[in-house]
Design a protein around this ligand. Structure first.
Ligand code: CA
Length: 235
């Protein structure tokens, strides 16, 4: 990697945090560019074309969410949100706008590095699967999109239409936290009072059919109060 480093744009107005993140990433062989303002970040994104963005949500010139909205009009670059706020709705709306992952401040070095590695891997995975053969593999789980067939360790799993749609949807966004409302819109088109419950019931059935024991997160991680995520294979 030494002559072809991943380039990471850090958009953060708190200089201590920006310095901490930059130092950590550079020590781990990433190239880092930094911006303290959204506007500057947007400009650097188009001039430097980074592989990943680490974004603070609270920035002086505009909200980090506005940054995501602007960036997503033209770029699918992975975005990891740094949130000082613990309110669920900030994380959720950032994810709904197209952020890939979030970290709540204060965070540790191992956590940040793990999230960065995972997001970069997912981006590579998507680049590869764009030319793939219409199937998805995660450990011993296989989804054949053309035949709408799911197998675990070679054994066929019988899923209902809805269960299949949920599993396929998560697999198509592997590694990314998908919020309840994003999933409900994708699966049922509309949201009503019972939607989250309906999603959770389907999810419980999917886990059971895939052979997961209660509390086990082999194929689907429960992001409490936010949504679900299918883990990338190396997590
Ligand atoms: Ca800030």
């Amino acid at each position: 990697m030494s002559n072809n480093k991943y380039k990471i744009l850090v958009v953060e107005d708190d200089r201590n945090i920006a310095y901490f993140v930059q130092t950590l990433l550079e020590a781990n062989d990433y190239q880092v560019i930094t911006a303290e303002r959204c506007q500057q970040g947007v400009l650097m994104l188009s001039s430097h074309v980074p592989d990943l963005v680490v974004l603070d949500l609270g920035l002086p010139d505009m909200d980090g969410e506005e940054f995501i909205r602007i960036v997503r009009q033209s770029s699918m670059v992975p975005i990891i949100v740094l949130s000082a706020r613990t309110e669920e709705e900030d994380k959720v709306s950032a994810l709904d706008l197209g952020a890939n992952d979030y970290i709540v401040k204060p965070f540790g070095t191992a956590e940040l590095l793990a999230r960065v590695r995972a997001s970069l891997r997912i981006a590579r995975h998507h680049a590869q699967s764009a030319t793939g053969d219409g199937s998805f593999v995660l450990d011993d789980l296989t989804i054949d999109y053309d035949r709408r067939q799911v197998t675990v360790a070679g054994n066929g799993i019988h899923l209902t239409q809805t269960e299949y749609n949920i599993l396929a949807y998560l697999s198509q966004h592997v590694g990314k936290v998908m919020t309840y409302s994003a999933m409900i819109r994708a699966i049922w088109g509309t949201e009503d009072n019972g939607s989250v419950k309906k999603l959770q019931v389907n999810m419980a059935n999917i886990r059971k059919k895939l052979g997961c024991h209660p509390g086990e997160n082999k194929y689907i991680i429960n992001e409490l109060g936010v949504g679900y995520r299918m883990p990338d294979i190396e997590e």
